[in-house]
Structure formats: C-alpha cells, structure tokens
Design a protein around this ligand. Sequence first.
Ligand code: MEV
Length: 435
Amino acid sequence: METIKGFSKLSKSEKMQWVATQFASDAKAVVEEWQSFWHPEAEQQRVLDGFSENTLSNFPIPFGVAPNFIINDQVYTIPMVIEESSVVAAAAYAAKIWMSRGGFRAEVVNSVKIGQVHFLWKGTTNTLFEHFEAIKHKMLSNAKPITARMEKRGGGILEVELLDKTKEEPNYYQLKVSFETCDSMGANFINSVLESFGKDLKGYAQTHLEDPLEVVMAILSNYTPDCLVKAWVNCPVEQLTHICQDLDGATFAQKFCTAVRIAEIDPYRATTHNKGIYNGIDAVVLATANDFRAIEACGHAYASRDGQYRSLSRCTVERGIFHFELTVPMAVGTVGGLTKLHPIARRSLELLGNPSAKELMQIIASVGLAQNFAALKSLITTGIQQGHMKMHLYNILQHFNAQNGEVEATLQHFKDKVVSFNAVRTFLEENRKVS
Ligand code: MEV
C-alpha cells in the first residue's frame, strides 16, 4: 500500500482506480464489480454518495420484513436491515407466537435527551455559582434563534444545571442540559444549542469575571437513561404449552425465566443475551436510518447502570402469569437526519405508517423483545444451531450453486444431521456423481 495526498479531491473513478490498483492484480475487474453495485439511476446514486465521503460503491445488506407484529393492538409489518441469517425469521416467529396471545404492549417512559458543555474554571466555585443565573439567562436568550422552531413543535430546552466536578478533576465544571426534541433524534439541534452556550459561557467570563474560563468541548451525550421505552408480553402459562412440543407451559415459563435470570447475574451471558436483543433493535434502527451506534452504546451503558453489566430484559412467573419485558433507552427520530433522505428508510417509515418518534420507540423495543424471546425459546429447547444451521445450509448450497432439486434433496438429507461445509460438499458431490 502507498500513501496518497489529496485523495478526497480525486473524482470517484480516480478513487476507485487508485484503490483497486493498490491491492488487486486485476484492478479493472474490481472497479467493474464496485460499479455493478451502483444504483442504476444516477440521481439516486448521487444521493447515496452524498451521505459519506470517499464513496466508491454501495454495500448491500438484506432489507427484509417481519410481518404480523401486533403492538398496542395495531398490526405492523416491520422493516429490518440485517446480514445475519435467522434474525428476521426469529422475529417473525416471535410475532406469530404473540399474535394469538394478546400481542406486544409498549409505552414510552420518558423522552429526555442530554447535552453537556465541559469547561475549566480557575476561580472560586462560589463565584461561578453566584453568576450562574445571569449566565443562564444570557445563554437561553442568545439560543432563541436555534430553539424557536423546536419550541413551536412542543420541545426545546428543559433544564440547565451547573455541576461542580472539581473533586474528580481540578477546575472541571459542567453544564448539563436537558432537552425535548419531539420527533427528531435531535443531535444537530442539541449540538448547536450547546456550542452557542459554550460561546456565551466564555464571553460572560471574559466580560464579567476575573479568572479565565476555558470551554473544553460541547457535545450531546448518547447516554439517555431518561429516554426510555418499555415493551412487554404476558399470558397465562398454560398458553405456552404448545410452544415447544415436549415442554408444558409452566415448565417452559420457569426455564425461560431462569435463562433471563442468568443473564441478570452473569455479564458473560448478559452480553450475548443483550446482543440478541440488539439483533432486532439494530435491524429496525438501520431500516429507518437511525443511528445504531448511538442506540447500542446507550443500551450497553444502561445495562451497566448499577455497576454491573446485566440483562436488559426481565421475566416473572407470578400467579400463573408469564410476564416478559424489556426496558431500553431509545433516542430515535422520524424526522431529520437521513430518515427522509435515504430512499429505502423513507419507505420503511411509510411501511410503519409514518410513526412519531414515540411510536417508533415502542415498535423497536417490541422487536427487541421479540428477538430476545425467540433466541431464549430456541436456547432452552432445541438449541440455537438448528435454526442457524438451516440458514447456513442455504448459504452453503448457494456457494455450490445448487439447483432446485439438489436444494430439496440436501435439506431432506440434513434434516436430522449435523450441517457442515464439508458434509454438504460431500453430499452434493455424491449426488452429482449419481445423476
Ligand atoms: C445470535 O446472534 C444471538 C444469540 O446468541 C442471542 C442469545 O444467545 O440470547 C442467539
């Protein structure tokens, strides 16, 4: 590999050409392959290119749907973008199970977002706190041009607190600002307000205070423990009897609860358990062009809120009722960002009935719970590999370019056998020899 100056200034073709020649003996073929993934309409490709820098091509990931989700008595077909086999099938399976057991219920607990201005102040703590009301007044009135529109929509700045952090770091103080951002995720709005606050803070110190004040940074926090959504399912344990052939409902419910309890106690299990929840959450977050890194980072921080990483879901069996719930932070938007710019995300939101941000929070949490339910159900009964291997088998068959008859014969053959790449190859080779 070589280094290069001014790469970002090259045209798209020049970029592809340069990169391809760096690693491929047949650069032309690589460039053609990248080009083959371009959108056939130049205008659509231009929109996609605009989302990032140095774009060479598109990276396709399956866009699928899980139908039959009943959430708060409404039926949804859920758009999901995910590359892992079985995730969509598992969500659809859980949706079907709960469809005839009352469906999913969900509610938004609260919707507060947080931003911070981190700064250093060398004067006395008292002086800063004495001036805080005046500083706050100045910051709020100067931010009016930024907040006016959000206020019209019912949102805006909820609270501005001054925190003394000097015990943890000399001279360190913080403005902790709470926001309501309505249907937008609000990152741009929050960051603009915070940068305006930072300037005012510094300006106020220069004109009214003797000691220097240095703003270190102003940025939203992706930790939003007060932007929570809760989803749950429940039913009498007898209604779980037919879920798995050889387990009665009460035994299934008990074993299921123990599996959840293990994820509450043990961080090794909790990580995998929560990963399964995010299989569903991320897929919908991606399909609606929301920020899955923010959602995940926050979820995992929230899972550690008492000092130990734990399961995000909880399960109880009380007086014959199985109750399974998930409470997660969920800072998503249905306006702004890429939600309406990305052509497929726009359609995803349409498919969901153009939900408000609060409705989307409830939909996503329900899918996370469904995913968790399906994973645990498999784990405590058949094991996870049965479903995974079936999907894996399809991938292997595709690798060997298996034709219709071969696919059916192979599926039949491996119904009760362990699937492996070599075993499938051998089976296909034998089969091809015979025919
Ligand atoms: C795999 O992507 C997710 C699971 O491992 C989740 C879990 O173990 O609960 C099946």
